[in-house]
Design a protein around this ligand. Structure first.
Ligand SMILES: NCc1[nH]cc(CCC(=O)O)c1CC(=O)O
Length: 310
């Protein structure tokens, strides 16, 4: 019986996601043994620098792809949010799993809601997407960068001067935190989630047909289509997670994909947002990107990139 080795980052969230994938595969009663191999990525090592300044997306993925290429591992489990919009040659994203809660979760001390935070209160996030949308809603708040894994950020909320932090609901759910931890879920109408947020991507070598067939068993059609629309948009904007870009698509009852996309300035003063509905997820992603570009998205993104470079 072939042993399939699954590569995972060593954070609790990554290991939990990997275990979830193995359990889902075992439920399909497939004739394989599974083994987990932990991989330390550059993104895990540089925790003291703002994520956006060290190259954001791709940071977590590169070392894992090297391990795939070297056949140290057969499958890599990624948060789709961290996967660059184009796969390098030789690698396939053979499955996208059913999406967990895509929303962002607002967690504050004493459960004070976002609208009730006092002026000047400090909210921790290291995402320009969250910062833009938070400050658009509450320009009187202060955003302070916070880094580290989910556990570290929750600890910093208690120990440092943050009044609140924002984390992905999906990660909290997967780690088994109770909903009581969350003060409020930020609905996509107010805070558009990151492209791919809440979905897992299963990557393997493009020539490993056996593994492709195996992991396709976990592909969720609706999630794959909606995430495709989001990633097409992201690709057209040439964006990674280091820019204030958001995209969230849902599958309507009539089978059409509805994609809401956003580009904003990190201070939240400019927010461009549009929704496109259609049958073909690629066309939907392309059309919404064209609309935002017409409204001036490129100028906003170029300005952010110049500021990050300086
Ligand atoms: N950037 C880190 C990261 N990548 C994926 C998740 C959460 C899980 C998900 O979106 O699937 C997180 C943590 C967070 O944003 O709170």
């Amino acid at each position: 019986m072939r042993t399939i080795v699954i590569g995972s980052r060593r954070s609790n969230l990554a290991l939990t996601q990997t275990d979830w994938v193995i359990n889902q595969l075992k439920k399909k009663e497939v004739p394989y043994n599974f083994e987990v191999k932990k991989i330390v990525t550059k993104g895990d090592r540089i925790l003291d620098v703002t994520l956006s300044k060290v190259g954001g997306k791709g940071l977590f993925v590169k070392e894992i792809e090297q391990a795939l290429e070297d056949k140290e591992i057969d499958i890599a489990v990624h948060s789709m949010k961290d996967v660059p919009s184009v796969m390098p040659d030789g690698f396939s994203l053979a499955a996208i799993t059913e999406r967990e809660d895509a929303r962002d979760a607002f967690i504050s001390l004493d459960h004070v809601k976002l609208k009730d935070l006092p002026s000047g209160a400090i909210v921790g996030t290291s995402s320009l997407r969250r910062s833009a949308q938070l400050l658009a809603e509450r320009p009187d708040l202060e955003v302070k960068w916070i880094r580290g894994n989910v556990e570290t950020r929750l600890r910093k909320l208690k120990e440092e001067d943050f009044s609140a932090i924002i984390l992905a609901a999906a990660g909290l759910n997967r780690l088994g935190y109770s909903e009581e931890l969350v003060t409020e879920y930020l609905e996509p109408e107010m805070c558009v989630p990151a492209v791919g947020q809440g979905a897992l991507g299963l990557e393997c070598r493009s020539d490993d047909q056996e593994v492709i067939e195996l992991i396709q068993k976990l592909n969720d059609e609706a999630t794959a289509l909606t995430v495709t629309a989001e990633r097409t948009f992201l690709h057209k904007m040439e964006g990674g997670c280091q820019v204030p870009i958001a995209g969230y698509a849902t599958m309507q009852e009539d089978g059409q994909v509805s994609l809401t996309a956003l580009v904003g300035s990190p201070d939240g003063k400019t927010i461009l947002k549009d929704t496109v509905v259609g049958q073909d997820p690629v066309k939907v992603g392309e059309e919404v990107s064209e609309r935002l570009l017409e409204k001036g998205a490129k100028e906003i993104l170029d300005k952010v990139k110049r500021e990050l470079d300086s």
